[in-house]
Design a protein around this ligand. Structure first.
Ligand code: CA
Length: 415
């Protein structure tokens, strides 16, 4: 039986975004994160509307199953509210929000989840993600098209398959219940944390920092230290740990903590990007890939095809680079060899003084010189000093220079 609970909610705009489109809530029984998206003010409006609507159901429930039903209907109600808001403010068309929420009912938790915010459970030192991202790349992972590793850097990694918004009147929301035990630590966060900080680092902070407030601060700090390209929101719920931070009031953070403001002017940008069967959530491109809300399986096929096209293009680029590199190497070898063949030196060949074309050095087993012209001058007819010189080879600056050296040697030997 759970008797005590400590919780904290923290949200930061990050280092790149101009506004915070995330919202977070830590109440009496309900805890949630919403990550909004949409043109201009759309994102913050969407997450604030959803959060304010859903937190209305923050009260005690007799069973987790009832809390689960309450969550399901609250998320659907929030979805309807978003559609109504867009109807009244068409400039907000295309806005949407993720929601990851939980309600504690004694030793049980009820969950509701849509989008790519995440819920993790830290139990006995092990961190486990309990939600599944409703993203395009997660679908590619689930269907075995790409690995978890590839998903982390996939160019489409933030394309969402499902959100609350004005697109679908009955979006598919994941809801379920699970047991919770004394010592459990639940983390709800936006992708400004999970997409920026490695899971091992999150686990280490949650395991080592006892106070939930300090742990939340450490997580947000980690994201800021990593450049915080996105808004970052963290909610931590500790079950029956000796860390209760005293009496706690419900706390709302992020855009839901401020009054909701609407843009006066419709956004031409958002309008221009509207396509049939496909909506562009256009506030994220400031720093990351654009979010899409796909409407049909055709769209998924289209994305997969695009992915394959990209892979083919990458292959072709590699192939072309390889060919160019090979050409460059061959050219360098040819030019280098040509240069060696413009050099001459005097040396010995079969007991006679000879002019060699090339250079004395060898390239591995390949000789870079050959006899150009043999003379009648015997090396043995030369003085000891000259014999030594010829055996060591004498560099010539040109063919004429080599001939001059030979003449000098033969003059010396005959004289
Ligand atoms: Ca985000």
């Amino acid at each position: 039986m759970v008797t005590s609970l400590a919780a904290v909610a923290l949200s930061h705009v990050g280092k790149v975004r101009s506004n915070n489109q995330d919202s977070g809530y830590a109440g009496a029984s309900l805890f949630m994160v919403a990550d909004g998206m949409g043109g201009h003010a759309g994102g913050d409006v969407a997450s604030a509307i959803a959060t304010n609507r859903i937190k209305e159901i923050d009260h005690a429930y007799p069973t987790a199953e009832e809390a689960q039903i309450a969550l399901q209907s609250a998320l659907l109600a929030a979805n309807g509210l978003l559609a109504e808001t867009v109807f009244e403010h068409p400039e907000l068309t295309g806005m949407g929000t993720t929601v990851s929420a939980l309600i504690r009912v004694d030793g049980k938790i009820a969950f509701a989840h849509i989008g790519d915010s995440r819920i993790y459970l830290m139990r006995q030192g092990e961190l486990k993600q309990v939600t599944t991202d409703h993203t395009f790349v997660q679908r590619l992972v689930d269907t075995g098209r790409i690995t978890e590793e590839e998903a982390l850097t996939h160019p489409r990694r933030s394309v969402l398959m499902r959100v609350l918004g004005d697109v679908d009147s009955s979006p598919e929301i994941d809801t379920w219940t699970a047991d919770t035990y004394a010592g459990d630590r639940w983390l709800i966060c936006s992708d400004g944390l999970s997409g920026v900080i490695k899971q091992e680092v999150i686990a280490a902070i949650l395991a080592n920092v006892q106070s939930p407030t300090a742990a939340a601060e450490r997580l947000v700090r980690a994201s800021l230290d990593a450049g915080a390209p996105d808004n970052v929101t963290v909610v931590i719920v500790d079950i029956d740990r000796a860390t209760a931070d005293g009496i706690r009031e419900p706390v709302t953070v992020g855009s839901a903590a401020s009054p909701v403001l609407f843009e006066q002017e419709p956004s031409a940008h958002t309008r221009a990007l509207r396509l049939p069967g496909l909506r562009l959530h256009s506030s994220r491109p400031a720093t990351g890939p654009t979010h899409f809300e796909p409407q049909t399986d055709d769209y998924l096929d289209e994305l997969i095809e695009e992915d394959q096209r990209r892979a083919r293009r990458r292959k072709l680029t590699w192939l072309l680079s390889g060919i160019l590199l090979l050409i460059a190497i061959v050219l360098a070898v040819v030019v280098g060899y040509e240069w060696t063949q413009s050099r001459y030196f005097v040396g010995e060949s079969g007991g006679k003084v000879a002019i060699f074309q090339g250079v004395q050095q060898n390239l591995g087993p390949i000789s870079l010189s050959h006899v150009y012209q043999k003379t009648d001058v015997s090396v043995s007819s030369l003085s000891d000093y000259e014999q030594q010189q010829v055996q060591d080879t004498i560099n010539a600056s040109s063919l004429q220079d080599a001939q001059r050296i030979i003449n000098q040697l033969s003059d010396d030997s005959s004289g």
